[in-house]
Each structure stands twice: as C-alpha cells, then as structure tokens.
Write a protein that binds this ligand. Structure first.
Ligand code: SAH
Length: 254
C-alpha cells in the first residue's frame, strides 16, 4: 500500500468532541506527528510511532510528515480544534506547494474538528448567531499593524469577533492593545466572553463587558469572543447568563 498523509483535527480537548472520522483516521495511522500536548490526547495504539515537536516548528513538522508518507507510511499530523483554523493544514499545503515534486503526488486528506470558537460559543448560548469573523492576535507570522487594521475593519463593520491566540508569555501586551483598539468602535457595554480550556478539566467561561475586560483574564488556552452592537446578554435567576447575537441585524453602520 502506498503512503499518505491525513491532517486530523482533535477538537478542543474532551474525547467526546473527537469525530468518528478523526478517530478512524488515527486508528489506521502508522506514524503520528504533532505538538506534544496534542499528541498526548491521542490514545496509544500498538505499532504506532509518535513524533512530537515544538509549537513553533510547524514547517519542519509538515516536511517530516510528508517525507515519511512519501517513503510509503500511513502518516497523520494532528492539530487541536480544526486543522484548518490557525493550524497545521495550511502549513502542509504550503510545504506541498513549495517542497519536492513527489510530495505533490501524495494522497493527502484533511479531517475537520470542532474549533475553539464553536466550543466556547456553545457553552454560553449563541454569540456567533449572526455575521462574525475570526482573527489570530499572534504577530509571529504577520505584523501587528495588520492586526490593528483588521480589528478596526471588523469592529466597524459590525462583525462579532472571535480572537484566537490572545496572549502568551512572549506576547504580553497585544491583547490589551487590541481591546483599546476595539473600544474606539464599540460601546463600553459590549459583551465579551472569555472561554478558557473549554472541554478540558480546568475549563472556565466568563462573561464581562468591553470596558471591564483586560489581559488578566486571558492566556494561551483562552478564546475570546467580542460581541457586536447587536450582541445581548440574558440574565437568568440561578443560571449562567446567555450571550447571543440575534439573527436579524438592524444597524447599517457602527
Ligand atoms: N486549530 C485550533 C486553534 C489553534 S490556535 C482550533 O481550531 O481551535 C490556538 C488558540 O486556539 C489558543 O490560543 C486559544 O485561543 C484557542 N483554543 C484552542 N483550544 C482551546 C480551548 N479548548 N479552549 C479555549 N480556547 C482554545
């Protein structure tokens, strides 16, 4: 049998969020590649090798996995959430485009997973119930000025904004800077959801407002959803609040 590469989304953490298709793809794999903590989520199976690499080594990981598949192995690369959302799928496509000719002849498949913004949204109601966009606040692969321009455009156009990668030890100021930027366009009362480690044992989901939000609430495992002018919070007695964005929009401009 000839080799192939499957890029598999593991979902946000809880094995119940792993799709049957992803589980089946992992089961028929001979060599698993991925960031260590993601590989740790994959059940151990006899005869499989594991190749953990650091978070920032995506291009090298993609190349190593493609090379192994080109040699005839059944290979999988894993990503948390969905592999197409700020993750390995694009790194694999890029390696195929720019790498050696035999890589372009390989069988490659992409298995979707539940991405963090959907897992967080489901915990709190329907914040993504109307038009929304997703932005990574990491300026490792793009200039900060571009992120600011996209925040301005998204907030002023009335999108709910899902913020991936809000904060890390290497990027301590970006998130507060982004909030300052968003406050230029949105009212202080705009709902903001912080979903931390959702679908993992230490999950925490909090709702606050744009004026009260700050970087202390966020870390590498947090996904932040900033509402639009339409987003509403429903307070319920003895129950957590519901955050939702109605399906009808009335504002023409922000
Ligand atoms: N491919 C992943 C995203 C990778 S970028 C996906 O589709 O979810 C990494 C960022 O995703 C983190 O900084 C955080 O913002 C978010 N994230 C990943 N898993 C999460 C979880 N379980 N809970 C909250 N946010 C999460």
């Amino acid at each position: 049998m000839s080799g192939y590469l499957t890029v598999v989304g593991l979902g946000p953490g809880d094995p119940r969020y792993l799709t049957p298709e992803a589980d089946a793809a992992l089961a028929r794999t001979q060599a698993l590649y991925g960031y260590g903590p993601y590989l740790d989520r994959v059940p151990t199976r006899a005869g499989q090798s594991r190749h953990a690499s650091d978070n920032r080594e995506e291009a090298a990981r993609a190349a190593a996995a493609l090379e192994r598949a080109a040699q005839g192995a059944r290979v999988a690369i894993v990503s948390g959430g969905d592999p197409g959302v700020f993750a390995m799928a694009a790194a694999v496509c890029e390696a195929i485009e720019t790498g050696p000719e035999p890589w372009r002849a390989l069988d490659v498949a992409f298995v979707p997973g539940i991405t963090a913004m959907l897992a967080v949204a489901a915990r709190i109601g329907a914040p993504l119930g109307h038009d929304f966009c997703a932005l990574s606040l990491s300026d490792n692969l793009k200039p900060w000025e571009l992120i600011e321009r996209r925040l301005d455009a998204a907030a002023s156009a009335g999108f709910v904004i899902a913020l991936y990668n809000p904060m890390s030890r290497a990027r301590p100021w970006q998130f507060d800077n982004a909030l300052t930027r968003l406050r230029r366009h949105l009212p202080p009362s705009t709902p903001v959801v912080f979903g931390r480690a959702v679908a993992r044992p230490d999950e925490q989901v909090d709702v606050t407002t744009l004026d009260a939000a700050d970087g202390k609430h966020a870390d590498m495992a947090t996904l932040v959803i900033v509402g639009s002018r339409e987003t509403r919070v429903v307070i319920r007695p003895g129950k957590p609040p519901l955050v939702y964005t109605p399906r009808t929009a009335v504002e023409v401009s922000a």
